[in-house]
Design a protein. Structure first.
Length: 152
């Protein structure tokens, strides 16, 4: 008796696939996996920054400009109820407490917004006027204009 084989779309594709398609599939698979990892890292970083900012705003609201906060027992409960009703899971009272604690723990490690280096110059250059001709690099015989663009 002949044995029945179950034919699926995958087995049909595998049989009809040319031999030279293997390397292309591997390359595309690698691109997709790499993009997925990068997206996950980006989302994770954004979530950490968002939680830090939520914690900062909770602390600032509690303190209302004073050095120490007069703690209100209902603040986190009320905030949790509002955020959960609007955005769903993830904003429980304990999560908001963790965000607050996260900010307090790392607030001195966060990079501060500071003046850009060009603003610190004694005689800042007006970007609308450009640099003086004497300050601009001129291409040498050995250096093409394209190479110069990378050195400016």
């Amino acid at each position: 008796m002949k044995k029945k084989t179950h034919v699926t779309k995958r087995t049909v594709l595998m049989k009809s696939k040319p031999d030279d398609l293997g390397p292309l599939i591997a390359e595309v698979r690698g691109l997709i996996q790499s993009a997925r990892r990068a997206a996950a890292l980006t989302v994770n970083t954004l979530q950490v920054l968002t939680n830090f900012e939520i914690g900062r705003r909770i602390v600032e609201h509690e303190q209302k400009g004073t050095k120490r906060a007069a703690y209100g027992a209902t603040l986190l409960n009320d905030l949790s109820a509002e955020l959960t009703s609007e955005f769903g899971r993830g904003f429980s009272r304990s999560n908001l407490q963790n965000m607050r604690a996260f900010f307090i723990q790392y607030e001195n490690r966060a990079p501060k917004i500071c003046q850009q280096p060009i603003g610190k110059l004694d005689h800042p250059v007006d970007p609308r006027k450009g640099a003086e001709k004497s300050q601009m690099r001129q291409p040498s015989d050995q250096m093409s204009r394209r190479q110069l663009a990378f050195h400016l």
